[in-house]
Design a protein. Sequence first.
Length: 321
Amino acid sequence: MSIIQKKLAPFPRTGISLLPTPCHRLDRLSQETGCELWIKRDDLTGFGFGGNKTRKFDFLMADAMQKGCDSLIGIGANQSNFCRILSAVGSCYGLDVFLVLSGDKPDHPTGNLLIDHMLNATIYHVPRSRRESRARELYDELTAGGRNVYFMPPGGSTPIGTLGYAAGFDEILRDIKQSNVNIRHIIHASSSAGTQAGLVLGQAMTGWDGRITGISVDVPEKELAKDVFTLASQAGTLVDVSVDMDLVHTDGAYIGEGYGIPTPACREAIQRFASREGIFLDTVYTGKGASALLDYCAKGIIPTGEGVLFIHTGGNIQLFE
């Protein structure tokens, strides 16, 4: 049993994710870039169309069920991957789901929002500035009516949810060992901080001496780094592990004009991954993360021949908006 497995053993989990996810070499892109590129396919976690959020829900839903909750509240944007998975797990476990989403109510829902409706979630559309306060009001209304409510912030990025990617890091270390490649870099798109915080916590547990870089898709890199460190530290208290700020690396150079607005490099990365590897990325998260990966290779930030792992965090439903 690994150190991460020992640390996480006391925490219940549901096992909704189909794990382990595949990890394989990107043959054609490796040839083009001169770097040894590998990909962790967390787009294939299976449940509710998959993606990185299912790893968090393995722990979040176990916590909710242990507390006897009958209702779930989630916050996100209209096309939130997190809220799609939340709606799916609510249906699976027989819990009522309430979503507070930023964005106008469309006449004809598409993508993730369409799936939320299919899963019978109760949806409230509010301005982004009202999202948090409306969710708290809803929580008070439901609890006053006798419901036992489990409240989740954007991305499910809580200390409990963060443990999902500490467990994921343990899986990644096994992948690296089996690859027989000296992978020194891990790159992924980062936003609500939960995925990166879990990876950093896993690194703190194990002492892995590579570099994990979160490519911000919406907030300045210093703000993201602060969020990652705070969340990783909070999760660390659950498992008696301290986290050093030196482990947190973020890059805000690939945001472009803002969240959900694809850059030309993002669109090029999406096209290259599709046409070279048959792998589909989205314009909100993975496309921007992959654009950083390819740029790092082109600029020599990742030296020729060096191993790098890109985590595909899912979100392919966005292609059908």
